[in-house]
Structure formats: C-alpha cells, structure tokens
Ligand binder design. Sequence first.
Ligand SMILES: [Cu+2]
Length: 333
Amino acid sequence: MKRIMLLLALLPGPREPAQVNVRLSEWKVELSQQNIAEGPVTFVVTNSGQIPHAIEVEGQGIEKEIETIQPGATGTLTLTLKRGRYEVYCPVGEGSHKKLGMEARLTVGSVRTSESTGYDGSAMGDAPAVQAISVTGGGPVVQILPGPFPFPDSAAPILQAFGDEREGLESQVKNGPYSNNVGRISGTFRFTAWDKGATRDSVDGIAEFTTQDGARWRLVLDRVQTKDVPHHPRFGGVILGLFYHGVTQVHTPLVPTINSAVALWAFGHLYRKGTLVTDNAMVHVMLLSRTRRDGDFALACWDCSRNKIEELQLQILPGPGEPKFDAPGGFLF
Ligand SMILES: [Cu+2]
C-alpha cells in the first residue's frame, strides 16, 4: 500500500492550466503576462470598461473567442497553446474596438524573432494600408437644422448606458443636429487627415459655406482633438476605417450605425462674415456610409453600415465652455 502511494505521487498529474488575467477597458487589452509556457492556459477576463467587450485569441492556426462580457463581469477561456506568437484582441464592433487599441500580444514558449510565422501584422490584416486621406466634398451642400432625431425608439435602449451624458443626448433626440429638417446651401469643403497613432494625428482643411440665414462662414482645421471628445466612450484624433455610432454603443447613437473611411475630431478656427468667432470650435468630420437619401436628405436607415461610403459630414459645435453660436451643427458636402 505504501509503495503504491509513493508511485502515484511521482506520476506527473494533468498539468494545471497557467492563468493569464486579462483586463478589458476602453480601449486597452491588458495581460498579466505576455510570455507563458506551452500548454493549457486559462484566460480570466474582466471587463473593467463601460461597454460590452470580449477577447479573441488568434495565431498558430487558432482563432477562439469568448462570449461578450458585460461591464463589470468576468469570463474565462481555456485553451491549449503551442509555441508561437498570438494576438489577443477584442472582436466586438467589426474590428473597431481592435482599431481603437484593444489588442495585445502573447508569446507562448520561447520564440526567436525570425520564427514569427503566423504572426505578422500584414498577414493578420491589422496594418492599415492607408495612413493619410484627402477628401473633397462634391455632392449637394446641405445644412442640417435643429429638429427631432427620426429613430428615437432605436436610440433609447443604447442611451441607457451613457451615464452622465444621457441627459444631454436625450435633449438632442428631441431637438438636435441629427434631424430630417434640412436646407440646401452652398459651399466647399476639403481636407487631408493623417492617422499616425495616439498623439501624432493631424489634419489640414478648410470649409467655406453660406448658411440659410445668408451668413458666410469659414472653418480652418489645423489641429486634431485627441482628448475630451464629449462622447462615450472617449477617443479622438484621426481614425481611418471605423464601424461605430448607432447600435455599437460607441459614440452617439443619434447617428445611425455606420462605417467610415475616415473619422476625425478637431478644434477649428471659425469665422463668420470674416470675423473670428472662436479658435476652439469642436469639429467632427466623417466620410461615411450613406445615411441620408437623395432628394429630401432625410435619414434613411438606422443601420447604414453596409451602404456605400460616399457621404461627407461636418459637425461644428461651440468649444468647451464657450457660448452657442447661431449656426446649427451639421452639414453635408
Ligand atoms: Cu471591445
């Protein structure tokens, strides 16, 4: 009996999975360790953010994801990983969470750099092919006047998660720059935007237009806004290729769900009839999948993400703490 006990103690038991703690938030995936041994591993994933997230582990022929985790909740994923490099990212939002920074790298076993087969930025499709974009408006120029948002019931459940921004957004549902109340105006808009990472994004552009009241406006864009974009969850600067708004819970749901070729946030120098109004107008520009129909330019869809990317939107709002100006926020070029 004694001999058998000893034998059992010497036998290698099933290996306990290694544990990697993963913390998800906007817009980061943080791993407790970036290097682990080959074999079984359990990812203990906590969503510390404000919106639902998930993880997908990809590399060496593996592509496994966890079910979506609600804010504050935890989930686990156990995998057996062989030696190599892996990518751990959030698959929510058709790639937009990943694009906003929710990705991390994990190395299993010891891997020499020359052996990075199966993990390579371009092969994984995560290296943006375009770093800059130049856009010139060419369509009818339309001013979006204040009015009710046409899909209030679709936006209502999304707004539940917006915390202290909810009240302001709910007032914009009733009367805001996302309405079907539009007027034809004249003007031009062109810009170039550079997507160079968290702090080096840049923009150079100019919009000139005459609003319905006959006032001539000029907006000069020469710097992006990377912080304090007043939308949940926060991000700014220049982003090329982003699926957001609407049902995504990313930024206001008073814009339908869209796909954008470029989205940017900038501070603009705004002039009215040649006089400087502000150097800090808050500007949001998107070249996006079409949301408005021909003719009356009414919002035509709540999910517009599959439409052709051909709508150029410009939104100009007063800077933080600055008084309202008498031009409403939204324009199409
Ligand atoms: Cu996410």
